[in-house]
Design a protein around this ligand. Structure first.
Ligand code: NDP
Length: 240
């Protein structure tokens, strides 16, 4: 997939899946506008050739301002996400609100600014949110995370209906465990990862590039009839 000359807004480009996506997009000719939190990652992304801006996506006003400043963009990937392991009974309001703010509310705010700009220019576009299989199933100790990802799937379906007629397709990718720093944090206990792996017919977790390829497919014109889909990238986990 060639993205030559396309300007792509990408959140959470500092690490993990987002960093790999930034590298894939740059290698395929895109201009990458990266929003991420850590200053060190911003510097590294700039060195790679991306435009990078430091922002805390938990801050609604700062998120809106950063998204607005990034316009115009051809495509949007809302990838940034975070997690916190707490049993349901121990889930704190603070952690719950934080995960909803970063994983669910920030994709809404950034998409509003992106879509307003695309519509005002009379252009067409596409949005892909990086959701999770956690939106489909209940994973112990992930109450806030599962809720936030189910939320971003619901948000996507409404955006697909409202923005589709305006020429903007909206889809989600829903990966299984993908081997990034966040996954190491969540799945370092072998007893827990064995249970997950046993449910994946392909017998392994995903690599970031395997998720990235599906994100770029949904973003591209190759997926021109795809709208409103939550697409598992899970080695068959959801049928197991
Ligand atoms: P990483 O932790 O490796 O990277 C997440 C990126 O998002 C980092 O650059 C991080 O910046 C950024 N980010 C997090 N919070 C904020 C914030 N408040 N403001 C700005 N940037 C922020 O995670 P992954 O690459 O694993 O995850 C990417 C996406 O994929 C997430 O939405 C995640 O939920 C989803 N996902 C991941 C899976 C996995 O197993 N890895 C499985 C299924 C879905 P910083 O480090 O500076 O905080």
């Amino acid at each position: 997939m060639d993205f030559t000359g396309k300007r792509v807004l990408l959140t959470g480009a500092g690490k993990g899946i987002g960093r790999v996506l930034a590298e894939m997009l740059l290698a395929r000719g895109a201009q990458v506008v990266a929003l991420t939190r850590s200053a060190g990652d911003v510097e590294e992304l700039r060195a790679l050739g991306a435009e990078a801006q430091q922002v805390d996506l938990a801050d609604a006003e700062a998120t809106r301002a950063a998204a607005r400043a990034a316009m115009p963009c051809d495509y949007l990937i809302s990838n940034a996400g975070t997690t916190e392991l707490q049993s349901f009974l121990d889930t704190t309001v603070q952690a719950f609100d934080h995960l909803i703010a970063v994983n669910t509310r920030a994709p809404m705010i950034v998409a509003q600014e992106y879509a307003r700009d695309v519509i005002a220019r009379g252009a067409k576009g596409a949005i892909v949110n990086v959701s999770s299989v956690a939106s489909f199933v209940g994973i112990p100790d992930h109450a806030a995370y599962c809720t936030s990802k189910a939320g971003v799937d619901g948000l996507m379906r409404v955006m697909a209906k409202e923005l589709g007629p305006k020429g903007i397709r909206v889809n989600n990718v829903n990966p299984t465990v993908t081997l990034t720093p966040m996954a190491v944090k969540a799945w370092s206990d072998p007893a827990k990862s064995a249970g997950m792996l046993n449910r994946i017919p392909l017998g392994r977790f995903a690599e970031s590039a395997e998720v990235g390829e599906v994100v770029l497919f949904l973003l591209s014109d190759a997926a021109s009839m795809m709208n409103g889909v939550s697409l598992p990238v899970d080695g068959g986990y959801m049928i197991a």
